[in-house]
Design a protein around this ligand. Structure first.
Ligand SMILES: Cc1cc2nc3c(=O)[nH]c(=O)nc-3n(C[C@H](O)[C@H](O)[C@H](O)COP(=O)(O)OP(=O)(O)OC[C@H]3O[C@@H](n4cnc5c(N)ncnc54)[C@H](O)[C@@H]3O)c2cc1C
Length: 455
């Protein structure tokens, strides 16, 4: 099989890159061996909540402007503010066109979202039913919050969230109550209620009668004007429609909180992107695993200094039948998704054996204090690339293999709250580099994904 671009990895970075390539008319394939980090994510887009040295950031875009000097190895320093801004804008427009509108604060500041543990986390873009609290929590206008869960659902515990919220002195004027509601629909589930996961509830709530029962139960515990916090139990596609329907029925203001995995808010993003990719003509190879690639020298007369070219890749399912493309993108994530692996004494990139920015001593990989505010150095490690994010193997640049997302070195998505921001902007950047070479007349300001994708 022959493509313009093959993207290895179906997470935020790979899918952003894939949609952008497809939009420019490139014949594009995505190979994804398994679930991405989105299945564990809040579904909000973190761009930058803290600098790498731990300073809180209120306006990510202005902060990125000064990155190149202070943190020259950070992906944002290489990408630059203009590319990051353009990529995030493009992503927001694209997601809106495919049915998941994402919004930020009009003043350009981060906002707080509520976590299932009742803490506040700073982020940049959120989905429609994720309540955006101001960074100055004292300016919060909500007077009463009702934390609701479903009887037997273990992945959101309102009392725990309530206790933690009460520790926030800035919210001392906020009245917080909890409610546990039972739904007869669950009698349909034969197994133990304590095994209920968000995905099971989502299936049940696809029936209108069950949603009406939920709406009625919510009205017993809250009044219009209250902020009603419910675990994210509405799935992809129709999920947002159902939430709108319940708001209309009850006149309540709903707020979804992500649950323990599987997180439907994150899955909603992944499924919407995959669905759009397939609808628009992309080739999605789910459940296949890339195992190796075949390279050649660009300049055969000077192998020592020559660049490499990746000609074709081999996968578990396709065995001896390789997949070919003009350009490849590696977006296989970090240790979490096995894009990187650790052996006893080194870290490796398991598909191509790419060069990794790592410390030689294993003791330098982690912090002795497990809960240290400094985080663990291994989270900053990843593959080395050129300034154009091309991969490097044994010192040779691979001209047509771009890298994007959590596999990159030089940043810590967890400490900084920059995971989706780096994934989207590096995926977008990889796509733009490929488009520049294959479709030079394609305008970089085009944003062609229309609402024609039926969710
Ligand atoms: C638990 C957790 C929660 C997070 N929560 C948030 C959040 O709320 N907001 C936020 O902005 N960021 C969050 N992040 C960070 C952010 O999600 C990640 O940084 C970002 O999504 C990484 O995307 P990615 O596409 O680079 O990698 P991943 O999402 O890890 O995707 C990698 C993909 O590559 C595939 N793959 C791996 N190896 C192969 C192979 N050999 N062949 C084929 N496919 C392969 C995997 O199956 C997967 O599909 C979170 C991260 C984690 C770990």
């Amino acid at each position: 099989m022959n493509f313009d671009t093959i993207i290895i990895g179906g997470g935020m970075a790979g899918l952003s890159c894939a949609l952008r390539c497809l939009e420019a008319g490139l014949k594009t394939a995505v190979i994804a061996s398994g679930q991405s980090a989105l299945h564990f994510s809040s579904g909000s887009i973190d761009v930058l909540a803290k600098t790498p040295s731990g300073e809180p950031v209120s306006n990510p875009m202005t902060c990125i402007e000064t990155f190149a000097k202070a943190y020259p190895n950070h992906p944002y320093a290489t990408l630059g503010k203009e590319t990051v801004e353009r990529a995030i804008d493009w992503y927001r427009n694209t997601l809106s066109a495919i049915g998941v509108p994402l919004t930020s604060q009009k003043n350009g500041l981060n906002h707080y979202r509520l976590t299932p543990l009742g803490t506040m986390k700073s982020t940049w873009l959120s989905q429609p039913f994720v309540h955006q609290f101001p960074m100055d929590l004292e300016k919060n206008k909500t007077q009463k919050m009702v934390l609701v869960t479903i009887d037997g659902f273990r992945d959101f515990q309102p009392k725990l969230a309530q206790d933690n919220l009460k520790q926030l002195t800035q919210l001392s004027a906020l009245e917080i109550t909890t409610a546990n509601i039972s739904l007869s629909a669950f009698n349909e589930i034969k197994r133990n209620h304590c095994e209920l996961r968000s995905i099971d509830l989502s299936r049940l709530l696809s029936k209108r009668a069950h949603r009406q029962e939920l709406a009625y139960a919510l009205q017993q515990h809250a009044q219009p004007g209250d902020l009603v916090v419910i675990p994210s139990i509405f799935g992809n596609g129709t999920g947002l429609t159902y939430l709108r329907e319940i708001e209309q029925l009850t006149k309540l203001t709903l707020c979804e909180v992500p649950t323990m995995p599987p997180s439907l808010l994150g899955i909603r993003l992944e499924e919407s992107m995959k669905h759009a990719f397939i609808e628009l003509g992309g080739t999605m190879l789910n459940g296949d695993h890339v195992v190796q690639g075949e390279f050649s020298y660009v300049d055969k007369t000077d192998p020592e200094h020559s660049h490499y070219r990746l000609n074709r890749i081999f996968t578990k399912n396709h065995g001896d039948f390789p997949l070919q493309a003009k350009h490849f993108v590696l977006a296989t994530g970090s240790f979490f998704s096995q894009g990187l692996k650790a052996t006893v004494d080194s870290m490796i990139e398991p598909i191509f054996g790419l060069d990794i920015a790592q410390s030689d001593k294993r003791t330098d990989w982690y912090n002795h204090d497990f809960f240290s505010a400094q985080s663990h150095p291994f989270l900053n490690m990843g593959i080395e690339t050129t300034a154009k994010f091309q991969a490097i193997k044994s010192g040779h640049v691979i001209d047509n293999l771009y890298c994007a997302g959590a596999i990159l070195s030089g940043y810590n998505p967890i400490l900084e709250g920059s995971g989706s921001g780096v994934a989207i902007s590096s995926g977008f950047h990889a796509a733009e580099s490929i488009i520049d070479q294959l479709k030079p007349s394609y305008s970089s300001t085009n944003n062609n994904i229309k609402a024609e994708v039926a969710l």
